[in-house]
Every structure is written in C-alpha cells, then in structure tokens.
Write a protein that binds this ligand. Sequence first.
Ligand SMILES: [Zn+2]
Length: 175
Amino acid sequence: MSILPIIEKGNPILDSVANAVKIEEIIKPRIQKIITDMQETLAAIDDGVGLAAPQVNIPLQIFIVSKRVLKGKDKVLDKDIVCINPKIVKFSKTKKWLDGEGCLSVRWFYGRVLRSINVTMEYYDEFGQKTSRGAGGLLAHIFQHECDHLEGELFIDKAVDIEYIEPEIVKHTNE
Ligand SMILES: [Zn+2]
C-alpha cells in the first residue's frame, strides 16, 4: 500500500466527471490496489472522513468513507465504506444548511452547504456486490459531498459564509 498525495483545487481533475469502473474489474488487482491505497491515505489524515478518487489524481468513480465517522454509532460497521459507481437514488425533500463543511482538496476553507438530511445511495462495494444504503446525519452529508466530487463539483462552489480557519484551530471534519 502507499499513501497518495492529495490534489488541490485548481487541478482540472477535480472539475471533471469521473469515469465509471467496469464491474468485472472491481475485484482485479488494479482496482483493489487503488482502494487499499485510498484507505491508507485517508487513515493517515487525522481529520479526514471521506476521500474521492479524483482527489488522489485517479479519474474513477470510487470514494471511501472512513470508519472513524461511524465509530460508536454503528457497531456493525467497523471498516471503511467503499463506494464504487455510486448513485444517490433518493434525496429527502427536507434540506438543511450544514455548518463547517470542509474538503481535503480545499484547505483550509469551511462553509455552510444546503444538503438533504437523508439520502439513499446505490453503489458497488469493494467485492463487486451491488449495495443500497440509506443514510442520515453526517453520513448523508458525506455521501452527497463525495458524489459531487465524482461529478467534478467542489463544495466551495455551493457554500455560503465561507471562512478560512487556521489549521491549528481546526476542529472540523474534512472530506
Ligand atoms: Zn472533498
């Protein structure tokens, strides 16, 4: 495994739509290595909760949610969530302005973003199994942020009340 450098805003890969992964390729070594490298990269960033493949210069529809997000909330899940070719199939009509959204590719800015409070997402997991998962709260928020990355969208382009917060006082989570 290896830790991959994080691409920052301004790099065109972050503005591009990522390519779908061929389902039969998911279990092949090339994609499996990308997944484990992304997991290692995210695990090494203390305040990281999610990472999309374009953020490590890989234009594929893959993102990872750190297991640290669900610590203590979902005892069943003690590993990262790996999402391949994700599609949010249901957005709650109820939306909420969420404070303090940030991004590992847009250091060290934070802002408020209007997001659905619940979503249902379909995706393939790291074993190539089609999966559907409902999410609320922070997880719903992360799913929307990461799916935006795969569409070439950054939170900063839809955020309001954007603030620059010095790294040493950051207490937020970053995706
Ligand atoms: Zn991000």
